[in-house]
Design a protein around this ligand. Structure first.
Ligand SMILES: O=C[C@H](O)[C@H](O)COP(=O)(O)O
Ligand SMILES: C=C(OP(=O)(O)O)C(=O)O
Ligand SMILES: [Mn+2]
Length: 455
């Protein structure tokens, strides 16, 4: 009898969720064989959740404190993860980079830093064009490893629904390693020096070393005073991705047995991209029905009205930590556009978490065809973000960055002074250019300076 009632409630919840199927879903692949998509969906539905509802709730609580100005969000990782790069070393180096950045920020701001990877599911990409042409040959654009392959051949570029299931398994093994690293002693703050090992020595590294030395001394001081440091042996680390591919997100959406609510168990936090945030579109409808913390990217054309309608749809209860706006305006526009948006939302009585993505508004393509960004533009947008919040009196609650722990040459500038000619030496991104390890640390030091001005 009880299970009968429960089943009905679950069915009702899924029926409400499935309202998205009648709406336009932008940026979806054209799958050649609908039967094969249905097969993958059944396969995904039968797999265990990747994350648990309680973890998503905990992240929502943490984000609520960031929205109140009591914590800071560090969200980062690849533009597009790939199955091939989901190796122990590459995952470890990205986690180490985020841990190092978090230490720099925590120490600078004297406040908790919430660590969220663009990891374990960041496999689907929206594209400006459905096709790519190279030397007269036109093929479908690469849409992320969850859809097709990066190699420029007809076979590789065909959308293959078996990739949905493969993506789940790669996410599971990535998340397993992240959990091992962050809970099994590797993220112990007493390892603060060890996280720097293995990276090429450079000025940002050296600056980090001296900060790590200060932290070490502080920890030894605390231990000598008899303070129990065991809380420092583990760290909370969450995973997030753009919830773009609804054929992946829907089968991983489950009923929380504690509450009967729906959670998208593919990641702790999911975000909606700039290209799919239409208020009447499928993505907004879908995510309005799951309880995870949700992000929405807002580009330079976003109006106060857009933001308020998104709040009403995605966060009608105005629950702290539920909604994060990730602004990506471009260095040249942020100072003009962001203050009005912040003020309009504040005046409507809403308090979302405001985060800056200083990457996506600053893209450019070199004459030789490399997608890149100038480190100086990224830093300029970051400063503009802090300025806008200072002007309006709202809280700049976090950063969202495309980065890698590898020593790649994808973004111009930084103190290594990567120039256009150097881009070719180690350009590995399959989508957007990422900050390398050193540029990521440099950025963290500069954000810490901005945060010091607030605290
Ligand atoms: O990551 C973001 C988008 O997928 C990317 O910026 C789109 O790039 P494109 O203009 O090369 O398609
Ligand atoms: C596609 C992305 O960003 P946006 O939606 O802001 O363009 C991204 O974060 O990789
Ligand atoms: Mn990107």
């Amino acid at each position: 009898m009880t299970s009968q009632i429960h089943e009905t409630a679950a069915e009702r919840a899924f029926a409400e969720l499935d309202a998205y199927q009648a709406l336009e879903a932008k940026q979806q692949p054209v799958w050649p064989d609908p039967e094969a998509v249905a097969y993958s969906a059944r396969e995904l539905s039968s797999q265990p959740p990747l994350v648990f509802a309680g973890e998503a709730d905990q992240l929502r609580d943490r984000l609520a404190s960031a929205a109140r100005g009591e914590a800071f969000l560090l969200q980062g990782g690849d533009c597009a993860e790939t199955f091939a790069a989901a190796t122990a070393d590459r995952i470890r180096d990205r986690v180490k980079t985020l841990l190092q950045m978090a230490v720099v920020l925590t120490y600078g701001a004297s406040m908790p830093v919430i660590k969220v990877g663009r990891m374990a599911g960041q496999f689907a990409k929206p594209r400006s064009s459905n096709e790519e042409t190279r030397e007269g040959v036109t093929l479908p654009a690469y849409r992320g490893d969850l859809v097709n392959g990066y190699d420029f051949t007809p076979e590789s570029r065909a959308a293959d629904p078996a990739r949905l299931v493969q993506g789940y398994h790669v996410s599971a093994s990535t998340l397993n390693l992240i959990r091992a690293f962050t809970q099994g002693g590797f993220a112990d703050l007493r390892q603060v020096h060890a996280w720097n090992q293995g990276f090429v020595s450079n000025p940002a590294n050296q600056r980090y070393e001296s900060l790590a030395g200060e932290i070490d001394r502080a920890l030894r001081f605390m231990a000598a005073c008899g303070v129990d440091n065991t809380a420092l042996t583990q760290t909370e680390f969450y995973v997030s991705h753009e919830a773009l591919l609804l054929d992946y997100e829907r089968p991983l959406t489950r009923v929380d047995s504690r509450t009967g609510d729906l959670y998208d168990t593919s990641g702790h936090m999911l975000w909606i991209g700039e290209r799919t945030r239409d208020i009447d579109g499928a993505h907004v409808e879908f995510l309005s029905h799951v309880r995870n913390p949700i992000g929405v990217k807002l580009g330079p054309t976003a109006t106060v009205d857009d933001a308020l309608r998104l709040i009403d749809k995605l966060d009608p209860e105005r629950e702290p930590g539920r909604l994060t706006f990730i602004t990506r305006m471009g260095a040249g526009k942020i100072r003009d556009v962001l203050p009005g948006l912040l003020a309009g939302v504040r005046d409507a009585g809403a308090t979302p978490l405001w985060v800056t993505d200083p990457m996506h508004g600053n893209g450019m393509t070199t004459a030789t065809g490399y997608k890149t960004r100038r480190f100086d533009d990224v830093m300029d947008e970051l400063r503009g973000f802090f300025e806008a919040h200072r002007e309006v009196g709202t809280y700049p609650g976090g950063i969202h960055i495309e980065l890698t722990g590898d020593d790649v040459t994808e973004c111009l500038g930084g103190s290594e002074n990567i120039d256009e000619a150097t881009l070719a030496t180690r350009y590995e991104s399959v989508c957007d250019p990422r900050l390398n390890h050193m540029q990521s640390l440099e950025l963290a030091f500069q954000v810490a300076e901005e945060l010091k001005k607030i605290s």
